[in-house]
Design a binder for this molecule. Structure first.
Ligand code: ZN
Length: 186
């Protein structure tokens, strides 16, 4: 799996942004990782780096149809991601603050982003079993879904609002990342 991801990484690196400042991905905070999930986080970070800098990602974001886009154009959403706008510091770095947890919360939960009042920042917590079962590419897609929440985009939680959910910025961006990486993620 990892070899395949590195191959994709190499392909995307060749197709990376020719213009403008590249976007970097950095882990500013991590908690609860064991050796395996830690190495999967490293791969996921490299995959996000290669995806968000690719022309294909830009093309797919520009062509997507978003709901709950907060009146932002597709170009603006792309720029927010690439500029590393969240949490308000457009330094061309996507700052990730991540943790893993062991206890399955139920309902197909993958993870959640919550504001940590002590640290005064958003932390994305992911179920360890999800990462183990679905691999680094799905973890990358999940991290980008959650990063959209950090940028302030939302989606409905209720199942009967499936359409609005699927077209929300977090779901569309997560799906685009998974699609480019050639995986289908639950
Ligand atoms: Zn979400």
């Amino acid at each position: 799996m990892i070899l395949r991801h590195l191959f994709i990484f190499a392909l995307l690196a060749c197709a990376g942004t020719a213009l403008g400042q590249p976007t970097r991905v950095r882990v500013d905070y991590k908690d609860g990782f064991d050796k395996t999930t830690d190495s999967m986080l490293t791969v996921a970070v490299r995959l996000i780096d290669s995806v968000v800098n690719s022309d294909l990602f830009a093309q797919k974001v520009k062509q997507a149809s978003f709901k709950r886009n907060q009146n932002k154009t597709n170009e603006a959403i792309l720029a927010m991601i690439r500029n590393g706008t969240a949490p308000g510091n457009p330094d061309h770095v996507i700052h990730l603050k991540v943790a893993v947890y062991n206890k399955y919360a139920g309902g197909g939960e993958v993870g959640v982003t919550v504001y940590d009042t002590k640290m005064k920042t958003y932390i994305t917590r992911t179920f360890r079993g999800y990462i183990m079962a679905n691999g680094a590419a799905c973890y990358a897609a999940h991290l980008m879904h959650e990063y959209c929440h950090v940028m302030g985009f939302t989606h409905p939680k209720l199942k009967f609002l499936g359409h609005a959910k699927a077209k929300s910025v977090p779901y569309v961006i997560g799906d685009i990342v998974a699609d480019i990486l050639g995986v289908k993620c639950p």
